[in-house]
Design a binder for this molecule. Structure first.
Ligand code: FES
Ligand code: FES
Length: 161
């Protein structure tokens, strides 16, 4: 991006040109300018994963990413994960089916991280799923049901036509 070019990126499939300064945290831009409040702020320091979004399909902590660094890139928030026709992403459905949601504060970030893991074609093992989700802290579920949800989603992917 040249200094005179407007900063643009794609959020949930839609090209956007932010009004916010390039030094704005991606987290604040998403929540404040776009109203995408599914992305949560916990620690604000890259420790909890509540602010996880997908950047070009990979999980990042939006509290650590400056808007200016994502020019031309693709961001997916929890609001953009469903199929666009009101249907849940298979990982969202698996979280519901496994009962992997309690207070829900960690859930958007955990779902996005899990979706990246599943959509990347990874096989399920508890160790691999734990490693993938190690940056997403949950204070309610004890993680067992979150891991069950990932296992269900991987199994569902295998059975998909
Ligand atoms: S709010 Fe970003 S990692 Fe905790
Ligand atoms: S469900 Fe409450 S922090 Fe995870």
């Amino acid at each position: 991006m040249s200094p005179t070019e407007p900063l643009t990126l794609v959020v949930n499939g839609r090209p956007v040109t932010p009004l916010a300064s390039p030094t704005t945290r991606l987290l604040d831009y998403l929540r404040t300018e776009l109203g995408l409040t599914g992305t949560k702020e916990g620690c604000g320091a890259g420790e909890c994963g509540a602010c996880t979004v997908l950047l070009d399909g990979r999980p990042v902590n939006a509290c650590l990413v400056l808007l200016g660094s994502v020019a031309g890139r693709t961001v997916t928030t929890i609001e953009g994960l469903s199929d666009g026709a009101g249907g849940l992403h298979p990982v969202q459905q698996a979280f519901v089916d496994a009962g992997a949601v309690q207070c829900g504060f960690c859930t958007p970030g955990a779902v996005l991280t899990a979706a990246a893991f599943v959509d990347a074609g990874n096989d399920y093992s508890a160790a691999a799923a734990r490693a993938a989700l190690s940056g997403n802290l949950c204070r309610c579920t004890g993680y067992a049901k979150i891991l069950q949800a990932v296992e269900r989603a991987v199994a569902g992917r295998r059975e998909a036509p």
